[in-house]
Design a protein around this ligand. Structure first.
Ligand code: SF4
Ligand code: SF4
Length: 361
């Protein structure tokens, strides 16, 4: 059983002080390397998303690391699909606009892409259907003696829920490895109501879709499974393959397991259970919150941190009018999947425990 510390927003206390108390009481503060670098891994939000982690929270973590003599830096990888974060330059611009710059967070912001040095990690530990054999992880991250994984807990169109495991399994790997995971979610064309409007063709970033004799055709080898066609089609002609949401979660857990098993330093997981919106930080916009803001969770175990976050969401008052579904797993139900698949798989892989003891601070 793992320990999860919880700072409860309903008690009306200062959350910045709460972050400090969480890291101090967990013992993680003692693990921060005096003089060593500390990677603070987080998603800094797509441009136009307003529900990502607040920079002031990250600043609080940076200050704790500095006070212990560590050298913090914010770490993130580029997105594998088109947008305002798919190159280092664009991501750094977006980060600044979203409030993440050295002047505000007190630490350099480092974004890596596939040109940076990567380690190839074999995915040899498998307990479920996962065809991926390896993952590429930026060396900069693996070489850091300490990592703080800072995650915004929210919904996700494909995985139902996104927290610490998703931040590691998808957020800490190369674009190539992200795409390899998303390959299971390649949208399928369902001719149905297609009126050949061309919107999917215009929006496809790789030019994989063409109109041939008034019929939509997609070249599979050119598709990067970004899902843009599915989101843009006004007639819902593109659908996710059956079972692919669960399969992506299985892949995600395997990649997260591989990354964490290779990492030789200290690692802690901070989950912000607030702004619990239906869609992820890469969506702009990501929707309205479905439950009241809950609080902050800290654990050395990402499975326990995510399970505790899901349980807290289940117990939180639903905001009237925000959703028609009821607990458990509101976020999973909103996206027609079971969010627990990623956690159950990760537990079976030995990443952590679904059983936890929650200690309120
Ligand atoms: S076909 Fe659809 S999923 Fe594939 S690259 Fe084009 S827009 Fe993205
Ligand atoms: S966007 Fe939809 S309706 Fe329009 S061409 Fe593509 S599949 Fe057909």
């Amino acid at each position: 059983m793992s320990q999860v510390l919880f700072f409860d927003y309903s008690k009306g206390r200062n959350p910045l002080r709460g972050i400090h108390t969480l890291i101090e009481r967990s013992g993680f503060e003692e693990m921060l390397p005096n003089g060593g670098s500390v990677a603070i891994k987080l998603h800094m939000g797509e441009l136009g998303n307003i529900r990502y982690i607040r920079p002031v929270f990250v600043r609080a973590i940076v200050d704790i690391v500095r006070d212990r003599g560590g050298r913090p830096f914010l770490f993130e990888t580029v997105a594998s699909y088109p947008g305002e974060r798919d190159t280092k330059e664009k991501y750094l611009n977006t980060a600044v606009k979203n409030g993440f710059a050295e002047a505000t967070v007190g630490a350099p912001v480092v974004i890596t892409d596939d040109e940076d040095k990567q380690e190839i990690i074999q995915i040899s530990n498998r307990i479920n259907e996962c065809e991926l054999e390896w993952a590429k992880v930026p060396s900069l991250l693996l070489e850091s003696p300490c990592i703080v994984v800072v995650s915004h807990v929210k919904g996700h169109d494909l995985t139902g829920f996104g927290g610490a495991l998703k931040n590691v399994g998808m957020g800490c790997v190369s674009s190539e490895t992200k795409r390899a995971q998303h390959f299971v979610n390649m949208p399928q064309f369902n001719n149905g109501d297609c009126d050949a409007c061309g919107k999917c063709i215009e929006s496809c970033p790789t030019g994989a879709i063409k109109l041939v004799n008034e019929t939509v055709e997609r070249e599979v080898s050119e598709c990067i499974s970004c899902g843009t066609c599915l989101f843009r089609c006004p007639s819902h002609c593109w659908v996710w393959p059956a079972g692919s949401k669960e399969k992506l979660q299985v892949y995600l857990a395997h990649v997260a397991s591989a990354v964490l098993s290779e990492y030789k330093g200290r690692i802690g997981f901070v989950n912000f259970v607030q702004d619990v919106v239906p869609h992820c930080d890469c969506a702009a916009p990501s929707g309205q919150p479905v439950v009241q803001d809950v609080g902050i969770v800290f654990s050395l175990d990402p499975v326990a941190a995510d399970k505790a976050s899901l349980d807290l969401i289940d117990r939180a008052p639903i905001i009237p009018g925000s959703t028609s579904v009821s607990p458990p797993d509101v976020l999973g139900k909103m996206h027609q999947t079971d969010s627990l698949v990623q956690l159950v798989t990760a537990e079976k892989l030995g990443v952590g425990s679904l059983k936890y003891e929650m200690v309120a601070i």
